[in-house]
Design a protein. Sequence first.
Length: 214
Amino acid sequence: MSTAAEMADDLRDRLNDVGDTQVSFPTKLRFLNRGQAAMYPKIFRLVRDSTLVVLDDEFEYTFPAGVGTGKVISVEVETDAGSYRYQPLQRYDVIPSITAPILSLIDLDTPPVGAHFRITTADRLVPFVAVDYSASAAVSYTGPAGTEELPVLYAMSLATARPLDDKMVYDRMAATQQGGAIGPNDIMQVSQFWMAQFEMLLERMAMPLPVARN
């Protein structure tokens, strides 16, 4: 499993900016998070929770915090309390909310009291949170294996679009090594190249989003 530090290392190497002198580490991390956000819903993580318990004569339930605010793939319920045998919940609505969605049962008869709901959603990737580079080594990437390059490509597009220096070294064959200067058109072309790479790879790796109920 990749970590935020490993992805930052990849970004540092591509920018030839190991010391974070051209793009600070907090900015790099923010760019990586923006890349993760741009990947949804084509790239997502499955989240499943079974802590919600059926109550007597209760027809509306607030989603557990662990499920998040992703697209609902399925809602199941135990056949009996403690049976651990789940079957699809046939008639329900998911009511949007600013804080957490609400599961609303449509049938007049509730499932067996004490039984557990099992909710599965396709959710966004968890943003990287780290105060510095050292702390980022303990922050894991929550996307599917093999998609770790996508946030780096997106971050490259954002980083290279910033004219931080008239002769910013983007790679090992920078314009400074050839006696030239980098102009606005060069900056735009480099940034667009990385965004095109991100979009092309995203299309190839896109996970099919299951039919949602909300």
